[in-house]
Design a protein around this ligand. Structure first.
Ligand code: C2E
Ligand code: MG
Ligand code: MG
Length: 463
């Protein structure tokens, strides 16, 4: 075959061309195109090769590395800046390892290092250097970007054999769980799982994180709606939108499990936007069908930390022609509000637009009396854990009465969450609670399965 190259024409045998092409394809299949690093598959192959000569992987350590704050860089400075940071970080990592070690990009902002022939001390020292290396600011076109990395470390002695996984896969998963522990402990640090960390939930967390991208791609998220009952008027037209995810491998995954993971990974912004759009579409359908319903949307403090959520919500309302008073934002309590003045500013903007604001899960997590005073609220939702024993525990009934009276004094309405028994409902009514939500009234259901709108329900007809 005649091939024209930069140096002029050349005759090359067809078999040579095929050899070259197949080498190129093989390289592409085993490497990440952005950084040129080995990919997850390549790492797996190297692990298998190592395990053939060293069945227990003695002297091996795995570091699982995830950049902190990378999503914000992508969102603020664009994907080109993000790519530059990733390539720059890969280069820094390359300078930390030795020739026998394997550095791989696992995808997104996740990297792994397989350290070969190291002691525990040496492995920990490398992990520390990764964190230190990540904390040196990146210069992207004159923008000085501050990031850090969270690193999980696993060594063969830490990890029990798992029948369905290769030794390396088990190590990687363990290191991944340790990385999550580092994130939860405040990021920019190294963590290792010890005997106190239960392996099962950590492995499940890792699995959930692994499955999330495909759940986004295949649009496996849906919304269910749970009605709230107004204890005075009997109105049941307000519902709360609750995420549902059924995964082909994991089955039903509860939002109580995947929302905190999304809060850490930054995926909460993506899913939050989908929820907003889907809720507005559904609210419009109900309007068009002549059965208008108000809808509560759960918004995490992590979403409030960026300034996007207000404009996302207002533009979705405008796009679908949904009046703002049909929306109620529920501030969930899974994460602390890190920037209170900013959160207050954003909630105030929503309130000014006519959207009402509820404080969710009151009594747990980070909620406090100060929140009741400082946030521009309309409604307080008392957490289920206080409602559970309200009919058997005098102390709980007293606490709930205290919250109801305090909220009323501040001009707020009160919703009781997780009402399951008629006697709870009766007592809540006696205590002056305004709204009740729980399985007694209805479970969260698909939009078409909601009970019809009514101002009369047998639940409220006992006197
Ligand atoms: P939440 O906002 O406090 O929602 C109430 C949770 O209590 C829901 O759990 C609901 O199914 C459950 N529940 C309601 N009534 C009863 C009852 O009578 N008995 C019992 N045992 N449970 C009851 P779910 O759907 O699993 O959601 C868990 C949490 O996940 C939510 O708590 C909320 O914080 C979060 N979440 C759900 N959807 C979203 C979302 O779209 N965005 C955000 N940021 N968080 C969400
Ligand atoms: Mg809620
Ligand atoms: Mg709640």
């Amino acid at each position: 075959m005649l091939v024209v190259t930069d140096d002029g024409p050349r005759v090359v045998s067809v078999s040579q061309i095929f050899e070259r092409l197949s080498a190129d394809f093989r390289h592409a299949a085993l490497h990440d195109s952005l950084t040129g690093l080995p990919n997850r598959r390549h790492l797996g192959e190297r692990g298998e090769a190592l395990a053939r000569g060293n069945a227990n992987l003695a002297g091996i350590a795995v570091l699982y590395i995830d950049l902190d704050g990378f999503k914000a860089i992508n969102d603020t400075f664009g994907h080109r800046a993000g790519d530059e940071v990733l390539a720059g970080f890969a280069e820094r990592l390359g300078r930390i390892i030795r020739p026998a070690d394997v550095l791989a990009r696992l995808g997104g902002d996740e990297f792994a290092i397989l350290l070969v022939g190291v002691s525990e001390m040496q492995a920990l020292a490398v992990a520390d250097r990764v964190v230190a290396g990540s904390s040196v600011p990146f210069d992207c076109d004159g923008n000085i970007l501050h990031l850090s990395a969270s690193v999980g470390i696993a060594m063969p002695g830490d990890v029990p054999a798992e029948p369905e996984l290769t030794r390396l896969e088990a190590l990687l998963r363990h290191a991944d769980g340790a990385m999550l522990k580092a994130k939860q402990a405040g990021k920019r640090q190294v963590a290792r799982l010890d005997g106190h960390d239960e392996a099962a939930p950590i492995a499940r967390n890792a699995l959930i994180r692994r499955r999330l991208p495909s759940a986004f791609e295949t649009r496996r998220f849906t919304l269910h709606y749970q009605p709230q009952l107004d204890l005075v008027s009997g109105d049941n037209s307000t519902v709360e939108a609750l995420l549902r995810w059924t995964d082909s491998e994991l089955g039903m995954v509860s939002p109580a499990e995947f929302i905190p993971i999304m809060e850490l990974s930054g995926d909460i912004h993506r899913i939050g936007l989908r929820v907003i759009n889907e809720v507005c579409m559904q609210a419009r359908r109900w309007l068009d069908a002549g059965v208008p319903r108000r809808v509560g949307i759960n918004v995490s403090p992590v979403q409030l930390a960026t300034r996007r959520v207000v404009s996302e919500l207002l533009s979705a309302l405008a796009r679908h022609g949904v009046p703002p008073d049909l929306i109620q934002v529920e501030i969930t309590e899974g994460a602390a509000i890190t920037n209170l003045p900013r959160a207050i500013g954003q909630l105030q903007q929503l309130r000014d637009a006519g959207i009402s604001i509820a404080l969710d899960d009151y009594g747990t997590g980070f909620s406090s009396l100060a929140m009741l005073r400082n946030l521009p609220l309309n409604i307080v939702k008392i957490d289920k854990s206080f409602i559970d024993n309200i009919d058997t525990s005098a102390a709980d009934a007293l606490l709930v009465r205290g919250v109801i009276d305090t909220a009323h004094a501040l001009g707020l309405k009160v919703t009781a969450e997780g009402v399951e028994r008629p006697c709870q409902l009766r007592l809540l009514r006696e205590l002056g609670c305004d709204i009740a939500q729980g399985f007694l009234i209805s479970r969260p259901v698909a939009p078409d399965d909601l009970p019809p709108l009514t101002a009369r329900t047998p639940l409220l007809e006992w006197h």
